[in-house]
Design a binder for this molecule. Structure first.
Ligand code: ADP
Length: 157
């Protein structure tokens, strides 16, 4: 079974990577799909985020990295994927994620959303927190892959 792991990944963190690594145990293939969202002002371009994810998932042959515009369920159908993979950190995620899962169900009855609970040590981690720390020169190497550390450091230097 193929799963799509959609998101902004601006940038990818160890929390995302943990979901991907656990996803490949459950699914034959996980397509990490970077959403081009015209309503968000990202730090990194979609192409850069794709490249960052490719670099840090090299050890996982079942992972494909791609980007898309439009509805996630349409993208899933295009790839014959029946599962949308999402990570859950805290209760506030749950509300937003449940609403999204229900909405997607009305758009595509045969596509299921599967949630994986975040590892405890990453439950506080978000891409925006990372960017805030990096902006002020704080340590981030325990929170994001090495290639992302370099990209953030060169962006803020
Ligand atoms: P989006 O804008 O779609 O929420 P994100 O990149 O913020 O994109 O998140 C993509 C997915 O990864 C979401 O399901 C989110 O809950 C999950 N996620 C984000 N941070 C973490 C984390 N630290 N641990 C596990 N899952 C996470």
């Amino acid at each position: 079974m193929i799963a799509i792991y959609p998101g902004s990944f601006d940038p990818i963190t160890f929390g995302h990577l943990d979901i991907i690594e656990r996803g490949v145990v459950l699914f034959e293939k996980v397509i990490v799909a970077v959403l081009y969202n015209p309503n968000k002002q990202p730090l990194f371009s979609v192409e850069k985020r794709v490249e960052q994810i490719i670099q840090c998932t090299r050890h996982l042959p079942q992972v494909e990295v791609d980007s898309f515009v439009g509805l996630t369920v349409d993208y899933a159908k295009l790839h014959q994927a029946k599962v949308l993979l999402r990570g859950l950190r805290v209760l506030s995620d749950f509300e937003k994620e449940l609403q999204m899962a229900h909405t997607n169900k009305t758009l595509a009855e045969d596509v299921e959303t599967v949630f994986l609970a975040t590892k405890k040590e990453y439950s506080f981690l978000s891409s925006s927190t990372i960017k805030e720390i990096a902006q002020f020169g704080g340590p981030i190497s325990h929170l994001v892959p090495e290639n992302v550390v370099k990209d953030l450091q060169s962006y803020y230097s």
